[in-house]
Design a protein around this ligand. Structure first.
Ligand code: FAD
Ligand code: NAD
Length: 466
């Protein structure tokens, strides 16, 4: 029987990053993945393919709607070849997952293909291509998550679908009904709206992106409405039925009226749930909580002391970079180091256009905590760079402590915000004040100047360009 210092179950961004860090720290490492490709949800059916389709559909929108204003004329009709677009997405996925194979080899990590299940706290049975039993002194559970649904919905995966199917449709929907105005619904809704589908978003709460700062929800809702998406907020979905090629969704509005929506596809994007099926966690003494998450302490250690858990399968934000941080954290903890993660400073990004990005506390959270704060906000339309490219929507909002000026939260929506948020994370990691940011030179003309201007507005209400 092969024996390891550490075995990792699941090869998503949590698992494969943990494996690399363990190997770097000198541990003999194995990783077990039930699918034939490494990379988990993120690389195969999550972050990477969705961003590939967002990029392709963005190009199409630019070509059909904005090239002309830039003086670029394309004779003839511009058409979408969906098969080719999905093919390119798959090629990007294949290259990226292939990259993980390379990284495993480079770091001398043994890869086992098959379903891993606990025999006890130090033995894992692998069923599948590489069937065998292995032994490991320490084990990391990184089994991720799967889409969740509503109890009355039958996901037929043809017309009533999850994000996994939405990433490989064979036709552009005529009318895509989306249940859930969260990250997946909005990113994939934008993809198909750009490609010509009618899109209806049905959201239970009174705003889209309900966990983000309300200012961002409002601004993105405007953008979606401008693109002629129907945004049905405060609607509780009651039933989803399929009738041939038609999908009928009924939802109750605030007044108690039942509203009916008819489309040809329905994307169910109401969140994801931790995945532990087939793991046989109880055989190792690993406890789950009532939400099905693997229970962990502050060291990400489970109820079995040699077994740790990371990523979507435990509490916290379901984000690839959160899973990665936890993978490194656990590897370093096992090596006797004292790593640290500040969960308040894990940024959240929605890759629509304009992009939405945030870190730290929202206004709603600061109000609930009775924190005395001030706000500095700056609109992108006042920036030279935004005018030059024509990306005028959005703003940067900085929330700072009223007394100390320490930055407590940064919320932005606009072009390239997914990248701009890194400046806010850096500043907050160093506990910068708004004035610190406002006194740093930002290259001109850049979108990043909006961060400096928002900091100036927060410091002394002295933004320069509004
Ligand atoms: P996963 O990536 O889910 O990997 C778990 C792996 O474990 C899987 O490969 C699974 O097959 C394997 N596994 C499970 N059980 C077993 C077993 N018993 N034996 C062997 N293998 C097993 N996050 C972002 O930060 N940015 C984004 O842009 C983003 N976009 C997304 C878009 C979509 C459409 C979706 C669905 C998700 C997106 N996410 C994004 C979320 C991100 O994908 C997850 O947070 C991330 O993948 C979690 O990583 P993980 O390692 O915990 O688990
Ligand atoms: P989500 O939690 O982001 O959004 C789900 C939405 O569905 C919420 O707005 C919620 O109020 C709504 N909802 C719940 N029940 C409903 C009902 N009965 N009727 C109508 N609306 C209902 O979940 P998601 O969009 O499915 O994404 C799942 C996870 O994947 C998220 O945790 C997210 O972090 C991750 N993800 C991240 C990214 C990114 O980082 N860019 C992209 C995609 C997915």
């Amino acid at each position: 029987m092969k024996s390891y210092d550490v075995a990792i179950i699941g090869s998503g961004p949590g698992g494969y990053v943990a494996a690399i860090r363990c190997a770097q720290l000198g541990m003999k490492t194995a990783i077990i993945e039930k699918y034939s490709t490494l990379g988990g949800t993120c690389l195969n059916v999550g972050c990477i393919p969705s961003k590939a389709l967002l990029s392709s559909s963005h190009h199409y929108e630019e070509a059909t709607k904005h090239f002309e204003e830039h003086g670029i004329e394309i004779p003839g009709e511009i058409k979408v070849n969906l098969e080719k677009m999905i093919g390119r997405k798959q090629a990007v996925v294949d290259q990226t997952t292939g990259g993980i194979d390379f990284l495993m080899k480079k770091n001398n990590i043994d890869v086992f293909e098959g379903l891993g299940s606990f025999k006890d706290a130090t033995h894992i049975k692998i069923e599948g291509k590489d069937a065998q039993e292995i032994e490991a002194k320490k084990i990391i559970i990184a089994t991720g998550s799967k889409p969740s649904t509503l109890p009355f919905i039958t996901l037929d995966k043809e017309r009533v679908i999850t994000s996994t199917e939405a990433l490989k449709l064979k036709e552009i929907p005529k009318h895509l009904i989306i249940i859930g105005g969260g990250v997946i619904g909005l990113e994939l809704g934008q993809v198909y709206r750009r490609l010509g589908a009618e899109v209806t978003v049905i959201e239970y709460m009174d705003r889209i992106l309900p966990t983000m700062d309300a200012g961002l929800s409002k601004e993105l809702n405007k953008v979606f409405k401008k693109a002629k998406c129907k945004m049905m907020l405060s609607h509780k979905v009651q039933s989803v039925e399929r009738n041939g090629d038609e999908v009928i969704v009924k939802a109750e509005n605030k007044k108690g009226d039942v509203v009916e929506f008819k489309g040809d596809y329905c994307l169910v994007s109401v969140g994801r749930k931790p995945y532990t099926a087939g793991l046989n966690a109880e055989a190792a003494g690993v406890k789950l909580n009532d939400r099905g998450q693997v229970e962990v302490n502050e060291h990400l250690q489970t109820s079995a002391s040699n077994i740790y858990a990371i990523g979507d399968v435990i509490k916290g934000a379901m984000l690839a970079h959160k899973a990665e941080e936890e993978g490194v954290f656990v590897a370093e903890t096992m090596a006797g180091q004292k790593p640290h993660i500040d969960y308040n400073l894990i940024p959240g990004v929605v890759y629509t256009w304009p992009e939405v990005a945030a870190v730290g506390k929202t206004e709603e959270e600061l109000k609930a905590d009775n924190v005395d704060y001030k706000v500095g906000q700056f609109p992108f339309r006042a920036l030279g760079r935004a005018r030059a490219s024509g990306d005028l929507d959005g703003f940067v909002k900085i929330l700072a402590d009223k007394k100390t000026d320490e930055v407590l939260g940064v919320h932005m929506i606009g072009a390239r915000c997914a990248d701009l948020i890194a400046e806010a994370v850096t500043a907050m990691e160093f506990r910068a004040s708004a004035e610190d940011i406002s006194r740093m030179s930002h290259a001109h003309p850049t979108f990043a100047e909006a961060v400096k201007e928002a900091a100036l507005a927060a410091t002394e209400d002295r933004a320069l360009h509004v």
